[in-house]
Each structure stands twice: as structure tokens, then as C-alpha cells.
Write a protein that binds this ligand. Structure first.
Ligand SMILES: Nc1ncnc2c1ncn2[C@@H]1O[C@H](COP(=O)(O)OP(=O)(O)O)[C@@H](O)[C@H]1O
Ligand SMILES: [Mg+2]
Length: 583
């Protein structure tokens, strides 16, 4: 099916001049000029049959010919201005070619210019259904099957904005915008459509419990255990998630237990590493897991006893050895004291209960199978055949260790995908909300940040090979790690007011379309600039409201103050703060 079937009389205008990729089109009358708008698409006749050139309107001017001429002579416009002939000019930047047929493929769009238009070539509008089908070609979206649609084009409400669902996740995506610009709603819109797919597989890292209202058979909710959940035996079934310490890699454990500024830090790191290996070995020996014993490393997800580790390190710290003249202090005597204090602090901190106070069964080898199925299986492989989109609420995780815990989940996901054979590997997407909090620009000497950056950089670079797609969501793109951002080939930019953030996003736009960056600060709430692999041409899209809307957490100050009475929660708040438990 041909997309463009124009008759000559439908032309908006004709080409007046051509300059490489820039074309000036002369528009005959005002009615036609009114149908043109900056950033809209037009199509131009090409000198080759079976090809059309696609352009974006950059500038529209209307001037009176005589007026310009006379103004040059005496500097004053003539009084009879309205009677002067008008010159309506539209500047169009050419961006690609639509070819009717290449081999057996119909309607192929290329971001190259294989020809330029000739003088007097006709220029037509691309709108309504023609725009929809053209953009579908651009996004390479099949006519059949489940589609990913964000909403409608701002400049043309009759045309639906589709994305190529394969490319969107394959080559990673970012959703950016100032706070309140509609990122979470856009994310919800994407999730909602994915949720319908029978084998969908995604993890949503939800830092503030914003996505709690989302529902449907394809969606399930987990919450990282908070202090109020501890000791709750049924915990695991309630969607409460424990992430035991033994899942942390060596570097993550070190960053938690060893203070780098301590002069004994290298010794402490060495001892704890050595002892953890011993403990893991002991565990495997007890379980008679022979095959594992031969190959495990310090980073292997093997449980070990924290109590025994603690006791052993205490021993080393107080060890006396035989010297030439009686007993003397061991090599590490007293050198581990500060690490021991740190360890003890963390171990007993109820806010870290999800790490250190998990139920006993979480310290068994088989427990990781269960956790992995929960997190990494798509809908059709879940035990209840539901909920392949897993929204994990991290709101009770203390902010200083947030990067460690989020990256633990990311590492688990990536490692499992890496260790799945190619035939069985099922793609999974990681939606990272508020990414600047745990994938920062620089680690700033913070060991937890370093661990997290490393894992996310790895996923950004290698994820495609292993079927892990990232969707980075942030209000401060300039504060998100640049290596990670630069690997994202899809951009959904919502309103952005901060200049630094705008610059980061501008750099991600294709060169020939730099002007599009100018709309960033003036986008409406819920409106997005979309460009990338999944949609080769940049376009302004009005994102459709999701059915179940995330909590935006906006409080109406003035309205609430205007009420004659309000709830009194102070006593409860003091109590909850002390107990570290809101329930
Ligand atoms: N697509 C949309 N259509 C209409 N209103 C929207 C849309 N997206 C967001 N909004 C409005 O903006 C508010 C903030 O959106 P939200 O997605 O929470 O912003 P962000 O996550 O960027 O901070 C929402 O509560 C809603 O009122
Ligand atoms: Mg949000």
C-alpha cells in the first residue's frame, strides 16, 4: 500500500530554491499557508520515481514583495500595503526519503537524501491518517498485533504516535523532564500496554511507592521489607521482599562494612574478604554441595552465617599469639575494632532488617531460586501465570545504602540473564525511576555509588546482548551518569526547565534537528519530545493518560490551609518515628 497518494492540486506549494538539505517552498495562498506549522512534516516530490522526500518545517514567513522593495529605497513602507502581492515562504529542512519499494519490502524510510527536489516540485502536507501510517513506517511498527502507542501527535490529534516496542527496549531509553512534567504517567502508560502482553517481563524500581495504584493481571507489587515487617513469618507471601546480605557482591559488602578513611581499611577489607570465602566454603561443605565447592568465588551467591563471621572477626581482633617471650598481640589485634562496630551497627539496625534479619529460610541455597523466579520470570513463567511486571517499592530503604540495594537487584537480573542459555533467555526491562539517586554522574568518593555505577554501566553497555533493556527515568539528566545516558538510543523528553539538563538532552538529538531542543522548556504537562531508534523522526507527542494513575504526591497547600479543620497526626507520627514503623 502506497502511503502518499497526492494529486497535484492538493499541493501546499512548490519549491522555489534548494540548498543541500534546505528547501524554500513558495505557498500560493494564505489558506494553504495556515495549514503549515513549524515542526510539522511535509513531503516533496522527488526527481526519482517511487521516492518521496520528507522534510520538517523550520520557518514560515509572509511578506509583501513590493513592501520589501520599497522599504529598501526609502526606509518607509508604502501605505497601500494590503494591496501588495504577498510572498509566502516556508523553509523546510529535508530529513529523509520514503521509498515505495526496496526489494520485497514496501514503504522503506531512510534517514538519507538520495536525491534533492527539483525547482517547482510540489510540496504536500503530511497529516491525519497519512501521518499515522507514515510514522508507523518510520517506527517500523507492524500493522498487526499488539502495538506500543504513547498517545497522539501534538500538531495533529488525529494521528496516533506509535513506537517500535522492540527497538525501544533493545537499545535502552530515557524518560526525562522536570518534576511534575509527567514522567511517571508516561512510564505508567508504557507499562500498562506492556502488561497486556502474555509473557511480559519487567522490573520497576519504584523509589517512592508512586506506582502503587497500578493494577491489572500483568502487574504485581513487591515492597522491600521495612522495620514493621520484621519477624513477620508470612512476609514473603505478602509481597514483602527480603534481600539477604549474602546476595551482595564483595565490593558492595566492603563498602558497607569498611570505612575507607580508616587507616586500617586495607587490612579490614582483606580480612573480611578472606573470612567470607571461608564462611561460604563452610556453608557449602555442610550442605555437601560438592560441585559448587570447586568453583565458587567470593562474589558467588552462596549464603553464609553472619553470626559466625562476626564471631570470627572478633577473634582475630583480640587474638594473642605466641612470641619469643610469651604471648603477644596478633597481627590484626585491635585493627578491626571500628569495622566490628560498624558491622554490629548495621546488623542490628531495623531499617536494614531486609538485609540482616530475613527469615531463616532465606539463608538456604534454594531460596535464591524462589527469589529469582519472582523477580526475573515473565508473566507466563510465574507460578500463578500473572504479574510479569514487578513493581518494587524501595521507599523504606535508607537513602545512604539505596544505590547498593537497587544495584543488587540490577546485578541479580543481569547475572541471571548472562547465565541463561541463549535459547532460554527471555528479555527483561529495568525501569529505573529517579535514576540520578543511584546512577549519579560521579561517585564523589562514595563506595556505594561506585558499586552501583559500575553495574549500571555494564548493563548499559552489554545489556543488549543479554536481553536486558534499561529505561532510565530522571528529573535531572545532567546528574545521571553519562556513560549510561550515552548508551540510551531512545529519548522521551518532557518539559525541562533547567539549562544544564536541557543541554544534556540537546546533545542526544540528531544534529540536523537541533532546533527541536528549543521546545523543551515550553512543552505542556504530559507532552513529550520523542526521538530515537523506536521513532526515527523527532515528534511532539501528547501522552495519553494511563488508566491507573501513579501517585504524583502533589499536596494542595493553599486548599488544605483554607479548610477550617484538619487531621491531627502528631502523636502517631512521634510514635511511628520511634518505632520506625508507619503501620
Ligand atoms: N499525560 C498526561 N495527561 C494529563 N495530565 C498529566 C499527564 N502526565 C502528567 N499529568 C499531570 O501532571 C502531574 C504530574 O505527573 P507525574 O507523572 O507524576 O510527573 P513526574 O513524574 O514527572 O514528576 C500528574 O499528577 C497529572 O496531574
Ligand atoms: Mg515521578
Amino acid at each position: 500500500m502506497k502511503i502518499f497518494k497526492y494529486k497535484d492540486e492538493e499541493a501546499l506549494g512548490a519549491v522555489l530554491s534548494v540548498d543541500t538539505a534546505m528547501v524554500i517552498v513558495k505557498v500560493a495562498d494564505l489558506d494553504r499557508l495556515r495549514r503549515m506549522q513549524v515542526n510539522r512534516l511535509v513531503v516533496l516530490q522527488s526527481s526519482k520515481a517511487g521516492q518521496h522526500l520528507i522534510g520538517i518545517i523550520q520557518k514560515i514567513t509572509r511578506s509583501s514583495v513590493e513592501q520589501e522593495l520599497s522599504a529598501k529605497e526609502d526606509g518607509e513602507p508604502l501605505e497601500s500595503e494590503p494591496l501588495m502581492p504577498q510572498l509566502n515562504l516556508v523553509r523546510v529542512s529535508l530529513i529523509g526519503t520514503l521509498i515505495d519499494k526496496v526489494g520485497t519490502k514496501e514503504n522503506v524510510f531512510r534517514r538519507t537524501l538520495e536525491t534533492v527536489p527539483e525547482i517547482d516540485a510540489n510540496c504536500f502536507a503530511v497529516e491525519g491518517e497519512v501521518l499515522t501510517s507514515f510514522m508507523r513506517v518510520v517506527a517500523n511498527v507492524a500493522d498487526e498485533g499488539q502495538k506500543l502507542s504513547l498517545g497522539h501527535y501534538t500538531l495533529d490529534e488525529d494521528a496516533e504516535a506509535y513506537l517500535n516496542g522492540n527497538k525501544f527496549f533493545q537499545r535502552h531509553a530515557i524518560i526525562v523532564g522536570s518534576t511534575g512534567s509527567g514522567k511517571s504517567w508516561t512510564t505508567a502508560r508504557v507499562l500498562e500496554q506492556a502488561a497486556i502482553l502474555p509473557s511480559v517481563n519487567a522490573l520497576v524500581l519504584d523509589l517512592h511507592g508512586e506506582y502503587a495504584p497500578m493494577e491489572g493481571a500483568g502487574i504485581r507489587h513487591y515492597r522491600v521489607a521495612g522495620p514493621g515487617d520484621l519477624g513477620n513469618k508470612k512476609g514473603l507471601k505478602d509481597g514483602v521482599l527480603y534481600l539477604p546480605y549474602w546476595l551482595l557482591g564483595y565490593e558492595a559488602l566492603i563498602s558497607m562494612f569498611v570505612d575507607r578513611s580508616d587507616q586500617n581499611a586495607p587490612n579490614q577489607a582483606m580480612i573480611i574478604g578472606r573470612e567470607i570465602v571461608k564462611m561460604k566454603k563452610k556453608f557449602l561443605e555442610q550442605k555437601k554441595a560438592k560441585a559448587l565447592l570447586e568453583n565458587f568465588t567470593i562474589d558467588s551467591p552462596v549464603p553464609f552465617s553472619m553470626d559466625e563471621l562476626f564471631a570470627e572477626i572478633n577473634n582475630i581482633n583480640t587474638e594473642m599469639v605466641q612470641g619469643a617471650r610469651g604471648d603477644k598481640q596478633g597481627d590484626f589485634y585491635g585493627k578491626l575494632s571500628r569495622m566490628i562496630a560498624r558491622l554490629e551497627n548495621k546488623r542490628t539496625d531495623r531499617r536494614l532488617g531486609f538485609l540482616f534479619q530475613a527469615p531463616a529460610e532465606a539463608n538456604e541455597l534454594s531460596w535464591l531460586d524462589e527469589l529469582s523466579r519472582k523477580l526475573i520470570a515473565g508473566t507466563s513463567n510465574q507460578s500463578d501465570k500473572k504479574g510479569g511486571i514487578k513493581i518494587i517499592d524501595f521507599s523504606e530503604v535508607p537513602s545512604d545504602i539505596l544505590p547498593l540495594i537497587v544495584s543488587l537487584v540490577a546485578r541479580l537480573t543481569f547475572s541471571l540473564q548472562q547465565w541463561t542459555s541463549l535459547e532460554k533467555r527471555h528479555p527483561i526491562a529495568l525501569f529505573c525511576d529517579e535514576a540520578h539517586l543511584y546512577i549519579p554522574l560521579r561517585s564523589e568518593g562514595d563506595a556505594a555509588n561506585e558499586v552501583s555505577i559500575k553495574i549500571f554501566e555494564k548493563i548499559a553497555k552489554e545489556g543488549r546482548k543479554y536481553g536486558v533493556g534499561l529505561v532510565i527515568i530522571s528529573q535531572r539528566p545532567s546528574e545521571v551518569n553519562h556513560t549510561v545516558l550515552s548508551q540510551c538510543n531512545n529519548l522521551v523528553a518532557m518539559r525541562l526547565t533547567n539549562a544544564e539538563d536541557q543541554n544534556v538532552v540537546r546533545k542526544l538529538l540528531p544534529d540536523s534537528l537541533g532546533g527541536f531542543g528549543d521546545v523543551l522548556p515550553i512543552l505542556d504537562t504530559g507532552e513529550a519530545l520523542v526521538v530515537g531508534d523506536a521513532s526515527l523522526l523527532p515528534s511532539r507527542v501528547r501522552v495519553k493518560e494511563p488508566n491507573s494513575k501513579p501517585n504524583s504526591g502533589t499536596v494542595e497547600f493553599w486548599d488544605r490551609w483554607a479548610k477550617s479543620s484538619c487531621e491531627d497526626g502528631i502523636v502517631d507520627a512521634v510514635e511511628a518515628w520511634r518505632k520506625q514503623n508507619l503501620q
